[in-house]
Design a protein around this ligand. Sequence first.
Ligand code: SF4
Length: 308
Amino acid sequence: MKYIFGPVFSRRLGISLGVDLVPFKVCSMDCVYCEVGKTTLKTLERKEYIPVDKVIEELKRFLSKNPPVDFVTFSGYGEPTLNSGLGKVVEFLRAEFPEIPIAVLTNSSLLFRDDVIEEIKGVNVVLPSFDAASNDVFKKINRPFTDLTVEIIKKGIRRLRKETDVDIWLETLFVRGINDSPEEISAVGEFVFEISPERWQINTVVRPPAYNIEGLSPEELERIKEIVGYPATDVIGRSSAKRKKMPVEDIKAEILELIKRRPCPVEEIADALGLLEEEVRIAVDSLVKEGKVKYVMYGEKKYLKAGS
Ligand code: SF4
């Protein structure tokens, strides 16, 4: 499979079948905390970066086996709403697999557009990012495409709230020394109350990031939750979602597919693939010997990354 990956274990969505709609690394931003890596094509241009008919073919083949997935999620290598065929894939899923919930992870940069709002109406959950309420902080943390401003991001999220029925799980990712000042937290909190999302998910850097930055501690995130006081706030940590057994034909290939998109610790790979940690370790040892993966330390945890 080239354009779908997993199912992977997601801290927010449980067992999620990922769909890539853009290749590495096409995005309208170049966030300092990005798990995928540095952006190589920063753009706001919508086009069919990946042929959606091919994506639909892969989804049809995989989902017709009735795998136990909690969500089909548009995420992956970059910003999914940049693909002008997003609506076609959503329409296909709604028509053929109406029982499977659809989620879209977005950096919110194209939600101001009529076509994107129309296409997104068919999904169940949108997880838009909102990391900064002032333009200087926005530039530092999200390193956006030149034309983007906080006002455009806010306009898009407001349209999502007013013009669609989707559930909104707004995400703010906090980075030490960038968006964690009392003034910024209070301004972000004000917008959270204005939008009134179903969930406000506060997060921090937990995997090796694109740039050299530091996350906050769980206690600091709890403190932000208290200060803002929004009732439906989740501090994102490792989920305790039940593991489901997935058909894994080739463990090594599945591991490679998974860590190409984001570095993962062994226990998370085991959760994502429904395997025992021991089975994953044996496959990983062999991949390390072949020079296809390597371990990197982040904080006190060991992550697996693609490459020698
Ligand atoms: S975190 Fe998301 S929005 Fe930011 S650079 Fe990475 S893919 Fe793009």
